[in-house]
Design a protein around this ligand. Structure first.
Ligand code: PMP
Length: 353
């Protein structure tokens, strides 16, 4: 511990993402897309003039904001872009949640929220999931005065998504605080709440190019909300780094957004593989939570999660195991290609045989 660290940094436990191995393995631990990005992305990279890199990017990222606006049927003034949705979330913490009141959050959700809360001095009020492992919207709505509400829909690492109607019911009850819905995984079968941003000025939705658009290596994320909330994010961003995303990322993002056929095909493939994998895991004695994301949270009726994690790792298959209360018996498995899933099932047949 260093005497030079601020009190928040002394107490900080940095988020540790899933392992990024250097050797050849089957990597099913960080919810990346197993399929390549749209072919247009390759075109952009092949023809990109390095001379463009001499110049700073567009400080408004207008082209990307416009493209996202037309993708989601909103105005460009309702869109904010950043370097991955993690960065957008950090700006949201600073813009909306740092004013002393606690922030309401499910007790099991994306583990980056507690990191940001600690870093920015935000007290978290944690609400257990309900008996079906779902985010308890009633509890969030009833929580009382706070700086806001944040959760992922579909939630991570559980995979369950609430319906648009259920989320709108929350929004009709929580009108005085910001409701941030993190839609990192929404494209794999859940309903987006973006259409509600027009009616609910306190709703902020975050999204990412990392999952359904296969661009985790690039760092592109966004938020959609009322112009008022977007202005709040811009104020933080301009004080931090006035260039939202780099020039190359913006061009690549545009190419990825353009190709809806590729997007739909990869998404459908992941969903089909997920459901096939669910059936096969259940046949092996796993409880598999319902998922509308590109991963499954599973626990075996007999074998412990940590042992299965080690057994799979020894066979060159990396999944995610969380050393966290309530989750320690579970594994979170990203949906890979059909071949990768075949290898996973073969390994589990041995381990659970
Ligand atoms: N939200 C959730 C729920 C996630 O699981 C992730 C990825 N780990 C993110 C946000 C961040 O995604 P990115 O920064 O790659 O956009």
């Amino acid at each position: 511990m260093s005497q030079f660290w601020s009190p928040a940094v002394r107490e900080l436990t940095p988020y540790v993402p899933g392992e990024q191995p250097t050797e050849q393995v089957i990597k099913l631990n960080t919810n990346e897309n197993p399929y390549p990005p749209a072919p247009g992305v390759g075109e952009v990279l092949r023809h990109y003039s390095t001379n463009h890199l001499r110049l700073y990017p567009d400080p408004t990222s207008a082209a990307l904001c416009n493209a996202l606006a037309s993708t989601y049927g909103v105005t460009a003034g309702q869109v904010f872009v950043g370097n991955g949705s993690d960065e957008v979330l950090a700006f949201a913490f600073q813009a909306f949640f740092c004013h002393g009141a606690p922030l309401d959050v499910p007790s099991i959700t994306y583990s980056f929220y507690p990191v940001y809360a600690k870093l920015y001095g935000v007290e978290l009020r944690q609400h257990p999931l309900n008996a079906r492992w779902e985010v308890d919207l009633e509890a969030l709505a009833d929580a009382g005065e706070s700086s806001g509400v944040i959760f992922a829909n579909p939630n991570a690492p559980t995979g369950h998504a609430h319906s648009l109607a259920a989320l709108e019911a929350l929004l009709t009850r929580v009108t005085e605080r910001v409701v941030l819905v993190d839609e990192a995984y929404v494209d794999f079968g859940a309903e987006s709440v973006v259409s509600l941003t027009e009616r609910y000025p306190n709703l902020l939705v975050t999204g990412t190019f990392s999952k359904s658009r296969s661009l985790a290596g690039l760092r592109l994320g966004y938020a959609i909300g009322s112009p008022e909330l977007i202005e709040g994010l811009k104020r933080v961003k301009d004080s931090f780094n006035s260039y939202p995303v780099d020039r190359l990322a913006e061009q690549v993002g545009l190419a990825a957004l353009e190709d809806t056929d590729h997007f739909n095909a990869c998404r459908d493939y992941v969903i089909t593989t997920r459901e096939r994998t669910r059936t096969r895991l259940e046949a092996l004695g796993f409880e598999v939570l319902p998922s509308q994301a590109n991963f499954l949270l599973v626990q075996h009726k007999i074998y412990a999660g940590d042992q299965l994690f080690v057994g799979l790792r020894e066979r060159g298959i990396i999944v995610r195991h969380f050393n966290k209360a309530g989750l320690s018996n579970f594994l979170r498995i990203t949906i890979g290609t059909d071949d990768e899933m075949d290898s996973l099932i073969e390994a589990l047949e041995v381990l659970c045989g």
